[in-house]
Design a protein around this ligand. Structure first.
Ligand code: SAH
Length: 347
């Protein structure tokens, strides 16, 4: 029955699954193989065999928020807080550029550690390397997001984390799901390529709400989707909860590929952290992007959103990169030469 459902969808090439169908697929493992192979075919058809590498630079771990799952939350006093100097950020960006990266991602906790003006200056300087710039700095007012855009930022990553209002409230004290959605729509309006996504396996997260997440990504018409399993961090209120399920995370990812087709989807580090071949599996189940960490290890060791982040303890950046490149080549995929704008944008 499930196989037939997928074959029909594939033939019709209309894969607009409704909520009941999404829930059905998420509730059983019977159709997992078909789902994954359809997602892989869709990836190949719409975005090809190239894998885009994005250089991730974690510019600060200072955070004013209290997300229950995150190791960088304000209340975690075990973290040695840092803010990279402008010179160090530019050094990492230059290194990424020289290694051939065409996209640089600046990520941080949410704080005013860097002023908007300072961030704009950094963005302008990085832009001199002729790379695409992605920001992942949390929520800002629209006027600030516009400043970043005018300074040269092209893309923005802001996971919705969950669209379940009750769960969102429980996981994010002092935050508001409406504001997060507002930011995502502002980003679209300004002209950014917009990336969002969910954490899968949060305590008390329902299949129903995960289906809603997928529908939300479609409604927003996201250009990129990053799905990560929740990984329990010992210094958070969720330390005793189980990690998210890798297969379920990959099913959500595969359904994003099937429904949004030509978007960019990373094989997330959290997937690789949960299982050693997680990255390869993700690339074979819908993903077409990898985001190697290019932060200097003296900083990245303190950017512990969850424990044992894959690659975080490989101090040599070339070594980190080589192992990822060989994983990609081992499954006959190629490293993209272009900057990998989302073909979805404007669609
Ligand atoms: N401050 C930025 C960047 C957050 S870190 C923002 O608000 O967008 C990037 C992502 O790490 C988050 O969006 C979240 O989905 C993920 N993350 C945080 N803690 C995690 C955990 N314990 N397990 C898995 N992923 C986690």
């Amino acid at each position: 029955m499930k196989i037939r459902l997928f074959q029909t969808l594939h033939q019709k090439r209309q894969a607009k699954l409704n909520k009941a169908e999404i829930i059905e697929i998420l509730s059983t493992n019977e159709s997992d193989n078909e789902l994954f192979s359809l997602a892989d075919n869709t990836r190949k058809k719409y975005v090809g065999d190239e894998v885009h590498l994005r250089a991730l630079i974690e510019i600060s771990n200072i955070c004013k928020n209290s997300c229950k799952y995150c190791g960088l939350r304000l209340e975690n006093n075990f973290v040695e807080r840092y803010k990279m100097t402008e010179a160090d950020i530019l050094k990492s960006a230059k290194q990424a550029y020289e290694l051939g990266f065409k996209t640089i991602v600046l990520q941080s906790g949410e704080s005013s550690a860097f002023s908007v003006l300072k961030l704009c200056k950094i963005i302008e300087k990085i832009k001199n390397f002729d790379v695409a710039i992605t920001l992942s700095l949390g929520e800002y007012e629209k006027r600030d997001l516009k400043e970043f855009y005018l300074a040269g930022a092209d893309r923005y990553l802001l996971r919705i984390e969950t669209t379940d209002e009750d769960l969102y409230q429980k996981m994010h004290p002092n935050m508001d799901l409406k504001n997060r959605k507002r930011v995502l729509y502002d980003l679209k309006d300004i002209g950014y390529e917009v990336g969002t996504g969910s954490l899968v396996g949060l305590p008390h997260q329902s299949i129903n709400s995960l289906a809603d997440d997928i529908l939300f990504f479609n409604e927003l018409s996201a250009d990129m989707i990053g799905i990560g399993p929740f990984i329990a961090h010992p210094n958070t209120p969720l330390s005793n909860f189980s990690n998210g399920d890798l297969t379920l995370s990959m099913k959500i990812m595969a359904l994003c590929r099937l429904t949004l087709k030509n978007i960019n989807i990373p094989a997330t580090t959290a997937m690789e952290t949960l299982q050693k071949n997680g990255r390869i599996l993700a690339l074979q189940r819908g993903a077409n992007v990898v985001m190697p960490n290019l932060s200097d290890a003296s900083y990245s060791k303190n950017y512990e959103i969850y424990p044992n982040k894959a690659g975080a303890f490989v101090f040599d950046i070339n070594e980190r990169l080589n192992s990822i490149v060989s994983q990609i080549k081992s499954i006959n995929r190629t490293i993209a030469k272009g900057c990998g704008n989302s073909p979805h944008k404007g669609a």
